[in-house]
Write a protein that binds this ligand. Structure first.
Ligand code: CAA
Length: 380
């Protein structure tokens, strides 16, 4: 058993930390306030190889392991969770799915520019009536010659308004339930695909989440991902990997909030001494550090299982539910340690608090993670 990062993993962490500290931190609060999409930072993430971390080099990626991928998302989110989710969606919900299920031509022509950061991807499963119940899809795809004609509305499409390709799920056979769902690689520049709205959100405001409509939108057969009827399984497989990314995002948010609280508790004096010397604050910091360490171990272990070809469905859900609830708890306590200052936008902890909340919701709510875990541990 090895609990230490390799030299390469440590160098990667240092590189990402340097990048976000210098280039993302100064503008993170303003971008969040004004919901500004980070065009230049996304470009830079691509140049640094952070948008296709675990993809093979021949398909434009950095060919690193999934632990390295978790480190990247953790370090981005420690400063700006919007960058974390933009990268996470591209890496795990798009690149991973394409590399695993795509044809050779799809990997060469569609995956390569996405993994190299020259093109951006998004993932589209949720609908107004299909959130936790992902199988309740209403968007339809009807075969017409060598095309499918897609009609429907999708929501919560992270990266939607900047994506070139969307991994899109639609019903090809309504009589077959989950086995009647098919995945497509939608080209957003083709006619019939439009943005209905960009959501006005509580947090991660710099990463845009969109409602999108498909109106007689034609997708060529060559852009079907996998076989007809495999779409639900493809989406679930992709989401299990994605949940490691969201666990890493939550871990980064928790780490950022903890570091802010620790720094404040050392500087802030009340009753004649730094407030960390009061047991109420010192013990809270101790619990924060402990829960973050547990989240990190769970997250890296789930990534390690994926790297080693072991089943990780349960482990990814455990990491996600634990890390996201830790992020929410740590961010809440970080505000408390800051007192009134924590409630002000002058300090970063209110942003961490708003960012933490979504990690308990997207890519499967905490309730769905518990459902997945309970099914897994009782199935034998
Ligand atoms: N990996 C592979 N296959 C899986 C799987 C997994 N993790 N989970 C389920 N499947 C397969 C099952 O084996 C089954 O196939 P078979 O019939 O061949 O055995 C099939 O999928 C159906 O599975 P279930 O019967 O378990 O399906 P269900 O309807 O009971 O739903 C669920 C299961 C876990 C609740 C699922 O609906 C779910 O995960 N819901 C949450 C959806 C979600 O996470 N949405 C997030 C959207 S993306 C996002 O957040 C936006 C963003 O951009 C960040």
């Amino acid at each position: 058993m090895e609990f230490q990062a390799s030299q390469d993993q440590q160098m990667l962490r240092d590189m990402v930390r340097q990048f976000v500290e210098k280039e993302a931190k100064p503008t993170a609060a303003q971008r969040d306030d004004e919901a500004i999409w980070p065009t230049e930072l996304v470009k830079k993430m691509g140049e640094l190889g952070l948008l296709g971390v675990a993809v093979k080099e021949e398909y434009g990626g950095s060919a690193l392991d999934y632990i390295s991928y978790a480190i990247v998302i953790e370090e981005l989110s420690r400063v700006d969770a919007s960058l974390g989710v933009i990268a996470s969606v591209n890496n795990s919900l798009v690149c991973y799915g394409l590399e695993k299920f795509g044809s050779e031509a799809q990997k060469r022509d569609i995956l390569t520019p996405i993994a190299a950061g020259r093109s951006l991807g998004a993932f589209s499963l949720s609908e107004p009536g299909a959130g936790s119940d992902a199988a309740a899809q209403r968007t339809t795809a009807v075969r017409d010659g060598d095309d499918y004609v897609i009609n429907g509305v999708k929501n919560w499409v992270t990266n939607g308004d900047h994506a070139d390709t969307i991994v899109l799920m639609a019903v090809t056979d309504p009589t077959k339930g989950v086995k009647g769902i098919t995945a497509f690689l939608a080209d957003t520049h083709a006619p019939g695909c439009s943005i209905v709205k960009v959501e006005n959100k509580l947090g991660i405001r710099s990463a845009h989440s969109c409602q999108m409509a498909y109106d007689n939108f034609r997708v060529p057969l060559a852009r079907r991902l996998g076989e007809e009827g495999q779409g639900f399984k493809i989406a679930m497989t992709i989401l299990s990997a994605g949940r490691i990314g969201i666990a890493a995002q939550a871990l980064g948010i928790a780490q950022g909030a903890y570091e802010a609280a620790l720094g404040y508790a050392k500087l802030r004096e009340q009753f004649g001494k730094p407030i960390h010397e009061f047991q109420g604050v010192g013990f809270t910091l101790a619990d924060m550090a402990t829960r973050i360490k547990a989240s990190r171990l769970l997250t890296y272990e789930a990534a390690w299982r994926k790297d080693n070809g072991l089943d990780y469905v349960k482990d990814a859900s455990m990491a996600k539910v634990f890390a996201s609830e830790t992020a929410m708890w740590v961010a809440t306590k970080a505000i408390q340690i800051h007192g009134s200052n924590g409630y002000s936008k002058e300090y970063p902890v209110e942003r961490f608090f708003r960012e933490a909340k979504i990690t308990e919701i997207y890519e499967g709510t905490s309730e769905i993670q518990r459902l997945v875990i309970s099914r897994e541990i009782t199935k034998d």
